[in-house]
Design a protein around this ligand. Structure first.
Ligand SMILES: C[S@@+](CC[C@H](N)C(=O)[O-])C[C@H]1O[C@@H](n2cnc3c(N)ncnc32)[C@H](O)[C@@H]1O
Length: 340
């Protein structure tokens, strides 16, 4: 078999080169022998700091995990196999299966197959009722594996414990949470108006030099999870959480903030008039919405108008896309800056 061999001293450098050029065999392990490292490669090429040769020995083979398509071959027709979505949402050890209507009757076999393919999963659930109500909660049904709906999700280096039906959570907002955390400047005071199980406060507290982060959450069970998550991540000194309606809680908080995040996409703008008085001049409000691309500009102008009507001069830039629902519909964030 083809191999690039080098001294142990150069091994790391050679390995990185082979990976970057996609030359390293994915099916075999490298071999260390007599002070040399032999890397299995897939093409005869020149490799800096290494000799390339055809070895007489065979490299140990890696055990190949089957793909979801391989496991489902025979259970699904070739046409049905093409209907399987490219990716599924995983929260902690629970996969939330989403399949098109044509595959609904085979949901349980598909769920079982995902368990076989992903050894870290304990449970596969199917979507039942979509996020709704004031708490934005949903229902799911267990399709395969352990009958649990509670899990610990790891995201951006923080642990988030939650029950899929008792509190809102979307793993798909992880990048957006990190984006906000990276915008926070040292010593900022940050408020998250709808904190849920705490993902925004946790990620901001972990990845910024904020002076302090506050959160307000209406759902008592969500708030309980958030409190538990603060302890789980040892962030008690950086985060303070309140349970209740922001209409009632926020006016009672004496602080003003450098930054306020409002992750409540459908009705968030209704809360702008109570958020704006609490953000410092020069500070930022992150307002979320679900929008069709064609409505970005009209919504931007509408938000500008809401700020003006509330008595605040604000700069409302183009929205930042932070999630996609269909070819033209996005989850967006307006990073509103209070000027006066
Ligand atoms: C879309 S979820 C976001 C939760 C969390 N920030 C996250 O990203 O996972 C919105 C949250 O706002 C909470 N909520 C709705 N109305 C509220 C209000 N008037 N005051 C405080 N929280 C509220 C809901 O209970 C829900 O947990």
């Amino acid at each position: 078999m083809l191999a690039a061999y080098t001294s142990l001293q150069n091994a790391q450098q050679v390995k990185e080169f082979l990976i970057s050029k996609r030359l390293l065999s994915q099916d075999h392990f490298p071999v260390k022998e007599m002070g040399f490292m032999y890397f299995p490669i897939i093409k005869k090429v020149t490799v800096p700091n290494a000799q390339v040769l055809d070895t007489k020995f065979a490299f140990p083979q890696k055990k190949k995990e089957p793909t979801i398509q391989e496991v489902l071959k025979g259970k699904l027709t070739p046409k049905e196999l093409t209907l399987l979505p490219q990716s599924q949402e995983v929260i902690g050890t629970i996969l939330i299966l989403e399949v098109p209507d044509e595959l609904k009757s085979k949901e349980k076999s598909i769920a079982q197959a995902y368990l076989e393919v992903n050894k870290h999963l304990t449970t596969v659930v199917g979507k039942d009722k979509i996020h709704s109500g004031e708490y934005r909660t949903r229902t799911v049904k267990v399709l395969a594996g352990k009958r649990t709906k509670e899990t610990i999700h790891t995201e951006n280096g923080v642990k988030i414990k939650l029950h899929l039906e008792k509190v809102y959570f979307s793993a798909r907002s992880a990048n957006e949470r990190l984006r906000i955390a990276k915008l926070v400047k040292p010593n900022e005071k940050v408020l998250v108006m709808f904190s849920g199980a705490g993902p925004f406060p946790l990620v901001i507290a972990k990845h910024s030099a904020a002076q302090h982060v506050w959160g307000i959450e209406l759902n008592p069970l969500g708030h309980q999870y958030a409190l538990e998550n603060i302890s789980l991540n040892h962030l008690e000194k950086k985060i303070t959480l309140y349970e209740g309606d922001v209409h009632i809680i926020l006016p009672k908080i004496k602080e003003t903030f450098d930054r306020i995040a409002m992750p409540l996409p459908k009705t968030g703008e209704l809360f702008l008039p109570i958020a704006l008085p609490k953000v410092k001049v020069g500070g930022t409000v992150h307002l979320y919405a679900f929008l069709d691309e064609k409505d970005f500009d009209s919504e931007r102008k509408k938000v500008q108008g809401i700020c003006k009507a509330a008595g605040y001069n604000c700069k409302v830039p183009e929205p930042v896309k932070c999630g996609q629902f269909s070819p033209r519909v996005f989850r967006v964030c307006f990073d509103i800056q209070r000027i006066k």
